[in-house]
Ligand binder design. Structure first.
Ligand code: SF4
Ligand code: SF4
Length: 389
């Protein structure tokens, strides 16, 4: 495993990290096995706290706490909120310090709120003085120029953002700002939410001036495949691999939502969280990756099985409310065929629902305690009203 210096944090991180967005769909014991395998493969960067991933990481990081770069996140923009959250995270991870604490900042207003007097940066600086946090991070996936502005304050040590063969807007302002400030660069969505193949797309990313990439994985097999993709010498792509990357870029260009902040959603007359449906919904992304049969055979945690049907049913209900007014397509800066994409998702999910109805998942697992709050579960299913509260 290659290690890189994570900017001015002076930590050395494995080029591959573990993203937490999908492993959280496993039960704690199985998730812990994924993190343990990551450790054995030389991975020392664990991204964020998703659902109950802290409980999965806890037994692994305690084996050699100093070796791991453990990170958590919040969207809270107040000093008090950040300090409270750091205290909770330290307790859940059973550790004395966090290596990086990220402030999620999707747009300029959120960045401004974090940096305002009495804002979350004040809380983070305080936590760092007390030794509870080692490095200050910003994370976001929408307006990367806003992240660049945050980096240029000089207060940020690490920034986490999306970069992959199709989404390259980080090269405009953010990566140059990080290089000027010697800020660590952590990549989310390196495989474009599972749409791109690891074999060439991870090596492509490894050739960019970044420090660690953290694809979401839910199984040991996926993790090992990602490690294998980066286990090569030279890392530079051959001409035929470059051509393959370019083919993938072109294929995905017209079907990749760039998670704009409040562009199409702001004008959707049904209030649909379009980027959520197209890109963020982890239930749907796993289904898209696995297909119907693969989804039914996947070792999801019992609570995921118990909620799968209601979650997909809620999304389909939202999609059925779409009036096909076309406004989302008119404003989409990437000219995506949004209505066709939503229609396809609806049809696919209806087919999955028919298959789920043949299982006993709902009856068998419905009452299994979920470590995810009822509000979050509802938000995963319903794209509109709940998410907008
Ligand atoms: S076409 Fe559907 S998703 Fe798009 S803006 Fe209209 S109602 Fe919303
Ligand atoms: S559908 Fe288009 S406008 Fe809407 S979030 Fe995605 S890329 Fe942006």
């Amino acid at each position: 495993m290659e290690y890189r210096r994570l900017g001015r944090t002076e930590r050395h991180v494995s080029l591959l990290g573990v993203g937490g967005g999908y492993v959280m769909l496993r039960d704690i014991e199985q998730g812990t096995q994924v993190y343990q395998r990551a450790c054995e493969l030389g991975i020392n960067y664990f991204d964020g706290r998703y659902g109950y991933t802290s409980a999965m990481q806890r037994p692994v990081i305690r084996q050699d706490r100093a070796h791991f770069v453990v990170t958590t996140k919040t969207v809270n923009s107040t000093r008090e909120g950040v300090l409270r959250r750091i205290g909770e995270d330290l307790g859940e991870l059973d550790t004395d310090y966090l290596d990086i604490f990220y402030l999620r900042a999707y747009n300029r207003e959120m960045v401004d709120a974090h940096f305002a007097p009495g804002g979350s940066i004040d809380g983070l600086l305080e936590a760092r003085k007390l030794g509870k946090v080692r490095a200050l991070g910003l994370a976001g996936h929408s307006d990367l120029s806003a992240l660049a502005a945050g980096v240029e304050t000089g207060l940020v040590d690490v920034v986490e953002f999306p970069l992959n063969v199709v989404r390259r807007d980080a090269f405009d302002a953010l990566i140059p700002a990080c290089q000027r400030q010697d800020v660590g660069m952590v990549i989310m969505k390196p495989l474009n939410a599972g749409l791109a193949p690891a074999e060439v797309c991870l090596p492509w990313l490894a050739n960019q001036p970044i420090h660690v990439m953290a694809p979401g994985v839910s199984t040991i097999e996926q993790l090992e495949a990602d490690v294998a993709a980066l286990d090569r010498s030279p890392m530079a792509l051959s001409a035929s691999e470059q051509a393959e990357v370019e083919r993938w870029r072109q294929n995905m260009d017209s079907e990749t939502c760039r998670i704009c902040d409040r562009v199409c959603q702001a004008i959707c007359e049904q209030g649909l969280s379009i980027d959520w449906i197209l890109y963020h919904n982890v239930f749907h992304n796993e289904f898209r990756r696995l297909g119907i049969q693969g989804f039914l055979e996947h070792p999801f945690a019992p609570w995921v099985k118990g909620h799968a049907e209601s979650t997909f049913r809620a999304t389909v209900a939202d999609l059925e409310a779409c009036t096909h007014c076309g406004k989302c397509e008119q404003v989409c800066p990437h000219h995506l065929p949004v209505m066709d994409m939503l229609e396809q998702i609806k049809e696919d999910q209806i087919a999955l629902l028919q298959a789920l109805a043949q299982t006993d998942w709902t009856a068998q697992y419905r009452d299994v305690d979920s470590p995810i709050t009822a509000q979050t579960l509802a938000a995963w299913g319903r794209s509109s009203k709940v998410r907008r509260q």
